[in-house]
Design a protein around this ligand. Structure first.
Ligand SMILES: C[S@@+](CC[C@H](N)C(=O)[O-])C[C@H]1O[C@@H](n2cnc3c(N)ncnc32)[C@H](O)[C@@H]1O
Length: 211
């Protein structure tokens, strides 16, 4: 079956992606430094794109970068080689991670929860593959929790969601379907439209099987 438009579109954008996403360097750095990646970490990048987060992960022992787009991952692999990093790159759907339960100590979700079809399913998958005590680094745009989008934002979302990303998701409506705990949440850009959020999987949380 040929790939659907939501899966194909970022492959078309791959050659020019860094022109747009390169501007978030400071926010990526902030998010990942809060997570404090180290040599002992087993890191999973979900919707990794061209690998703009890799420079902050140089110290990590194990890095698996996943994305639905082979074109994105080809660029990511070249970046990893330039940085002298050993990074495994694998085509994978964020909503059905091909990864064992409880393996990863740090999962990076930068600019992906607003892109996938089903962010709740994605975050539940992340919770499943995360080790107890593991962290999730989120950087993305959200509506303020509890807010309704004004008319202009609903209208703008129609083409934007088709082209690239949804601007009307509320983080609280996603995370409440998991046992992940919000350890930190700060405005990052555009008056808090973009946020840097750190999640932690409680050490005693029950195992969530894939639903
Ligand atoms: C806005 S980009 C973010 C890339 C990277 N995380 C960053 O911060 O620059 C969204 C990425 O998610 C990928 N993507 C979209 N849907 C996906 C899915 N269902 N599973 C995995 N990756 C997906 C796209 O191919 C694209 O590389």
């Amino acid at each position: 079956m040929p790939p659907s438009w939501p899966h194909l579109r970022y492959s078309l954008y791959a050659p020019i992606y860094d022109l747009f996403a390169g501007r978030f360097a400071r926010q990526r750095q902030r998010s990942l430094r809060l997570a404090g990646p180290g040599a002992q970490d087993r890191v999973l990048l979900v919707g990794a794109g061209t690998g703009l987060d890799l420079p902050e992960l140089r110290a990590c022992g194990e890095v698996l970068a996943t994305d639905i787009s082979p074109a994105m991952l080809a660029r990511l692999s070249r970046r990893a080689a330039r940085l002298g990093m050993t990074v495994k790159a694998q085509v994978m759907d964020a909503e059905a991670l091909d990864a064992p339960d409880g393996h990863y100590t740090l999962v990076v979700l930068h600019l992906i929860l607003a892109v996938v079809d089903d962010p709740i399913r994605t975050l539940r998958e992340v919770e499943r593959v995360l080790a107890p005590g593991g962290r999730v680094a989120v950087f993305d745009k959200f509506l303020p929790d509890g807010a309704s989008p004004p008319g202009w934002r609903r209208a703008l979302n129609v083409p934007l969601r088709w082209l690239a990303t949804d601007i009307n998701r509320r983080f609280a409506d996603i995370v409440r379907y998991t046992q992940l705990r919000v350890a930190h949440d700060e405005p990052a850009l555009w008056g808090g439209t973009f946020r840097v959020i750190q999640l932690v999987k409680p050490s005693d949380s029950a195992h969530h099987a894939r639903s």
